[in-house]
Design a protein around this ligand. Structure first.
Ligand code: AHR
Length: 514
């Protein structure tokens, strides 16, 4: 029996909806085929965007989408992707699979996709191989509402109105594929490039005086490139340089610092199969997913030294599992299947982000469709929702809810001393309708756990619940696309003011208490 304590009266901050964000790169079949098939395709589409995929994405209420990369971003020249499609440059995607990139999906198409999904836009700029002028003109092209060379070019290309860029990344992984820079060099470059990411359409002085850091939604919020995994030297070096000579004014020049962390069960070189794994690999994967908690605390402690008010968001804009590609697929396409193990990784990670919502203000799962830990897989006209999609569906009520204080008794489980992990993962919030939302995962492959919950500060009268459960290898395939899906859970009861249930092994559960 695990005792679970929730104090609904103790609010701990807003869970920014952007924590439930996604990432789409010009990589493999993510953009082409996965999201965009073109207007002339036989696959049902609206302005080239797949109808089935957009519908599935709307169901999980995707709040924000990052594009065009990843490593691709620092090689992307946005002018190649505008204007009549027949005139757009064809080139080799050197980074990902050496295939032809015809640039038929560019800025206009990305904005159209986000408008169909109903999500915010997160555009990642090219600092590694692009110029300041190129970046500055892209911002002018997308957001300037007046007479200027770039706004006129946009109008000529069919979109007189400016778009809203909610977030703008100034480079990606500049410690690696984005230019192999040192933290100090990158931070100086960041200072220079971001200066020309203009806040068009705003009274600049007013915008600066109203500055609330990440919380402000009327400006383009600028994201600086942060660390890979545990590289605290990068975090320290970047922040030191960013804050130098402008401590008072720094907020407004950067609103977020990114963090990238992927789970490779057997390490970067071997990675490990997405579908063929044993109990040992299961626990190793989940222990590695749980390491996110330590990473957020560690980088967060450094950020606290420069930014004690937590205006700067930690933006985990690439996270998820990274396994060996499916046999027979292009190694550069990063296509992998998705099982209940991925579902538990998502559950553990999203609960960690919820609990750190004072600092983690946005996160993007890598990647949205057909690449790494996707929520959707496609094969020609066929589409399926992965177990990870179902976890995002079960967690969606946390978006913009108030985190509340909660704690559960756990024990450490696993098969190797180095990779032990708590058996349960949880978080709780009060949503916009005043309901208590609980998400809880059982990481054990074999042991069901009875839970007895004491809820303080809430008059609990009714509970409804949904569960995603199965064998650890369970997955959805094009022959059996609904093999894994969430089902109504009838095993939760309110008894003497306590919420009691038994969570089966290998499950993710969402309880709504009213
Ligand atoms: O998501 C795949 C790649 O992983 C991204 O392009 C890069 O940013 C990271 O290394």
């Amino acid at each position: 029996m695990a005792k679970y304590y929730i104090n609904a009266a103790q609010k701990e901050g807003r869970i920014h909806k952007e924590i439930y964000g996604h990432f789409s790169e010009h990589l493999g079949r993510c953009i082409y085929e996965g999201l965009y098939v073109g207007e002339d395709s036989d696959i049902p589409n609206v302005n080239g965007m797949r109808k089935d995929v957009v519908e599935a994405l709307k169901e999980i209420r995707v709040p924000v989408l990052r594009w065009p990369g990843g490593c691709f971003a620092d090689e992307y020249h946005w002018k190649d992707g505008i204007g009549p499609k027949e005139n757009r440059k064809r080139m080799i995607n050197t980074h990902w699979g050496g295939v032809v990139e015809d640039n038929s999906f560019g800025t206009h198409e990305f904005m159209e996709l986000c408008s169909q999904i109903g999500c915010e836009t997160y555009v990642n700029g090219n600092l590694g191989s692009g110029t300041v002028q190129e970046m500055s003109e892209w911002i002018e092209y997308m957001t300037f509402n007046g007479v200027s060379p770039m706004s006129e070019l946009r109008a000529k290309n069919g979109h007189p109105e400016p778009w809203k860029v909610d977030f703008f990344g100034v480079g990606n992984e500049n410690w690696g594929c984005g230019g192999n820079m040192t933290p100090e060099f990158y931070a100086n470059e960041y200072r220079r490039y971001q200066t020309f990411v203009r806040q068009y359409g705003l009274d600049m002085m007013a915008a600066a005086s109203e500055d609330k850091g990440f919380e402000t939604d009327n400006r383009i919020r600028k994201i600086a490139c942060g660390a890979n995994i545990a590289d605290t030297e990068w975090t320290e070096g970047v922040l030191k340089t960013l804050f130098r000579h402008c401590e008072e004014r720094f907020h407004g020049n950067a609103d977020g610092l990114s963090l990238h962390y992927y789970v490779h069960p057997e390490g970067w070189d071997i990675k490990g199969s997405a579908t063929d794994f044993d109990d040992k690999a299961w626990y190793k994967t989940l222990a590695k997913a749980n390491y996110m908690d330590e990473l957020v605390s560690m980088h967060g402690a450094i950020m606290d030294q420069y930014d004690p008010e937590k205006k700067l968001g930690m933006i985990v804009d690439e996270w998820g599992t990274w396994f060996t590609v499916e046999p027979g697929t292009n190694p550069g396409f990063l296509y992998q299947q998705n099982t209940m193990r991925d579902a538990l990784v998502a559950c553990v990670t999203l609960n960690i982000f919820n609990k750190h919502c004072d600092r983690v203000k946005m996160a993007c799962l890598a990647q949205m469709v057909n690449v790494l830990q996707s929520v959707i897989l496609t094969e020609g006209a066929q589409m399926l929702k992965t177990p990870t999609w179902h976890v995002f569906r079960l967690f969606r009520e946390h978006q913009d809810a108030q985190l509340v204080n909660s704690c559960i008794e756990t024990k450490r489980i696993g098969e190797e001393a180095e990779f032990m992990v708590p058996n349960l993962s949880e978080s709780a919030s009060i949503d916009a309708e005043g309901r208590l939302q609980i998400t809880i995962g059982n990481l054990s492959v074999s042991e069901d756990t009875p839970v007895e919950t004491e809820i303080a500060g809430y008059d609990a009268k009714k509970v409804t619940a949904w569960i995603l459960t199965g064998d650890m290898h369970d997955k959805n395939t094009f022959d059996d696309p609904d093999h894994v899906k969430a089902e109504k859970f009838e095993g939760a009861v309110l008894k003497d003011g306590k919420l009691c249930f038994t969570i089966p092994a290998c499950s993710v559960l969402n309880l709504t208490v009213e």
